[in-house]
Ligand binder design. Structure first.
Ligand SMILES: [Ca+2]
Ligand SMILES: [Ca+2]
Ligand SMILES: [Ca+2]
Length: 280
């Protein structure tokens, strides 16, 4: 024991950082400041052409244009491939996989993987030019950071119960850059559904219900939700955030304590109007 200090003084010293007790002591170590990555050279014409190659012709929606889904008992469950239309899809577009649909748009590094997909089908945003961490992210092309900016899917829903609806989304990540989405309602994109975050490289269908913290992916995630202001018809929307993302199914529930669904999840909700289109 240091015989020149009272027990109280010793206790106070122990509460101080080492550098305050002894100015000569080495400072506590902190991670070195992040060095800014050197700016990349401008895109070559070939690279620009790769990122901006237009997608192939859009799939005809599987449901009729007057389709609305019906919320029942505070829940609505929708197959992603049952989008009524899509918009802002000049640069990237959602393509149906399964049920005889094989996207022809390239690049597309992963094959159709309908095993365990709900209803045997899902949608995927293509072309997919952002696959690995080291590749170039081009906002507005292979990444859509602003919600609603790129490749927007539309799902009109008739809600009888207004209130807060928690979001569960079933997706699949096959590479480094395909594990986020944005969700919105009537082309408004609240912070509570911005950057739906899922684990990457799971290579299985995965239910997730959280958004990334605005400070970054390493901060604790938050529950994802959308608010329905009054009874009526609202269009639930998903927009691409990373190209190559695969979306199978989603549900909105007023039950904030609901656990992640298992397997393909609950049966899809009935149509309030419209429904499956006649086969082309
Ligand atoms: Ca694919
Ligand atoms: Ca991608
Ligand atoms: Ca599906």
């Amino acid at each position: 024991m240091n015989r020149y200090l009272t027990p109280l003084a010793l206790a106070l010293c122990a509460a101080l950082p080492l550098s305050a007790q002894n100015p000569a002591a080495p400072q506590a170590t902190h991670p070195p400041p992040k060095t800014k990555a050197a700016p990349r050279p401008p895109m070559t014409e070939a690279e620009r052409a790769l990122h901006l190659t237009p997608p192939g012709p859009a799939d005809t929606p599987l449901v009729t244009a007057d389709t609305t889904f019906e919320e029942q008992d505070g829940q609505v469950v929708i197959e992603a491939e049952h989008f009524v239309r899509q918009s802002r899809d000049v640069i990237r577009r959602w393509f149906i996989n399964g049920g005889g649909h094989v996207p022809a748009t390239k690049p597309d590094p992963d094959p159709v993987m309908v095993t365990d997909a709900s209803n045997g089908m899902y949608v995927e945003a293509l072309p997919d030019t952002f696959v690995h961490d080291h590749e170039r992210a081009v906002d507005g092309a292979n990444i859509g950071i602003a919600p609603g900016a790129v490749a927007v899917l539309h799902y009109p829903v008739h809600f009888t119960k207004p209130g807060r609806y928690y979001i569960w989304t079933r997706m699949r990540s096959n590479d480094d850059e395909d594990n986020t989405f944005n969700a919105g309602i009537d082309d408004t994109w609240p912070a509570s559904a911005r950057c739906l975050q899922f684990p990457k490289l799971k290579k299985v269908w995965w239910w997730g219900g959280v958004i990334r913290d605005a400070r970054g992916p390493s901060y604790p995630h938050h529950r994802a939700y959308l608010d329905v202001p009054a009874a009526g018809i609202y269009t639930i929307m998903y927009s691409m955030r990373e190209d190559g993302s695969e979306l199978d199914k989603f549900l909105l529930t007023m039950d904030g304590r609901m656990k992640a669904p298992e397997g393909a999840g609950p049966t899809a909700s009935p149509f309030k109007s419209g429904g499956l289109a006649a086969k082309q």
